[in-house]
Design a protein around this ligand. Structure first.
Ligand SMILES: NC(=O)C1=CN([C@@H]2O[C@H](COP(=O)(O)OP(=O)(O)OC[C@H]3O[C@@H](n4cnc5c(N)ncnc54)[C@H](OP(=O)(O)O)[C@@H]3O)[C@@H](O)[C@H]2O)C=CC1
Ligand SMILES: Cc1cn([C@H]2C[C@H](O)[C@@H](COP(=O)(O)OP(=O)(O)O[C@H]3O[C@@H](C)C(=O)[C@@H](O)[C@H]3O)O2)c(=O)[nH]c1=O
Length: 299
């Protein structure tokens, strides 16, 4: 398999490179905007590819001719997506359209990484066929990207995930575990909500789930997340307990005391039966995930 990955400077992209390049009979083309920010340069080819630029996409795709494309790149800052809608649409929808076109010319398998934010959070946990109803522009843009696939004529899959955490080199954005850990380590008080429910997902498990689907050229939508429905407040307490940090710095908050520019769906989470049965997906618990992070941080 020759796999091309988009957004490899990002949290998921880095772990996809790390795992794919260890697979026998697999060659990896890592692509991202600008310079390669991965420290380890072994076991893959790097090609700069800004997915907003169709000329760059055509040039790289013609040269590399992958048989599988894992599309991870996106504008992921949810609040920026709410206030910079044109940039969000260009990054998350128009760019996906360019990549789908390139995949069609190559006859390549196409996998899109998507999100729980396509749902409104009224009836979580959600199975794959639940009715989408995004409550913010980021979620709307990711749903629009998903909707490019059914009529694309491609062998395609969508991997939806939730609140990804883990260790990243030079991360473009932080994640909930690193944010809580760094805040408490520096003695900073944090307000954490008790009225949102998520199944936080270890990035190593997410990458493994993407690969389980890609190596089978599995088609359709798969929900790949952690298995425990937790509030961010629960998560913060577990992080404090695990790393021996001061829980007294964690203050309860809710929608009446903590707001963000973009609305968040209240209760998401995924039903994981299909991924477990069809892909053999097996996520870590949140606590196990913290252990994996700690072990990985040393490497
Ligand atoms: N993180 C999460 O909690 C969740 C993420 N997802 C989805 O998972 C995928 C990966 O997210 P994650 O790794 O966490 O996010 P990151 O923000 O860590 O990575 C996204 C990457 O996409 C890159 N990117 C953005 N625009 C472009 C562009 N025009 N050309 C090339 N690269 C671009 C960014 O590049 P740069 O570094 O240069 O900014 C960044 O490295 C996304 O599709 C996201 O929607 C779904 C659910 C939850
Ligand atoms: C910053 C902050 C967040 N939170 C809560 C809100 C939220 O439930 C959780 C994470 O908040 P953030 O704003 O960091 O993350 P958020 O943008 O909500 O994360 C989303 O990212 C996109 C890419 C996705 O696709 C979604 O699945 C989801 O992971 O932490 C607090 O309680 N207090 C705080 O001070």
């Amino acid at each position: 398999m020759k796999v091309l990955i988009t957004g490899t400077n990002g949290l998921l992209g880095q772990h996809l490179v790390k795992q794919f390049r260890q697979m026998p009979d697999c060659s990896v083309v890592a692509t991202a905007r600008g310079e390669n920010r991965l420290r380890d340069r072994e076991g893959y080819v790097y090609a700069p590819m800004d997915i907003a630029d169709p000329a760059q996409i055509s040039e790289v795709m013609r040269r590399e001719a992958p048989d599988s494309i894992i599309h991870s790149a996106a504008m992921t800052q949810v609040d920026d997506c709410e206030t910079q809608r044109e940039r969000c649409w260009q990054s998350n929808v128009q760019a996906t359209r360019y990549l789908v076109e390139a995949a069609r010319e190559l006859g390549a398998y196409f996998q899109l990484v998507s999100t729980d934010f396509i749902f409104d959070g009224e009836q979580g946990p959600y199975p794959e066929d639940a009715l989408p109803n995004p409550v913010n522009y980021y979620g709307l843009s990711k749903l629009a990207a998903e909707q490019l696939l059914p009529c694309s004529g491609l062998e395609w899959s969508v991997i939806r995930t939730i609140l990804v955490y883990g260790v990243a080199e030079d991360p473009a954005r932080s994640n909930i575990v690193l944010w809580v850990k760094k805040s408490l380590e520096s003695g900073r008080k944090i307000k954490v909500v008790t009225d949102q429910w998520r199944m936080p997902t270890l990035v190593d498990d997410l990458a493994a789930g993407c690969i389980l689907a890609a190596e089978r050229r599995a088609t359709g939508v798969f929900h790949i997340s952690g298995s425990e429905l937790l509030t961010p407040y629960d998560m913060a307490l577990q992080v404090a307990d695990y790393f021996g940090l001061d829980k007294g710095l964690i203050e309860k908050a809710d929608g009446s005391t903590f707001t963000q520019p973009a609305r968040r769906p209240a209760r998401t989470g995924f039903v994981l039966d299909k991924s477990r049965q069809q892909l053999g997906y097996q996520p870590h618990t949140f606590k196990e995930g913290l252990t994996v992070m700690e072990e990985g941080a040393g490497k």
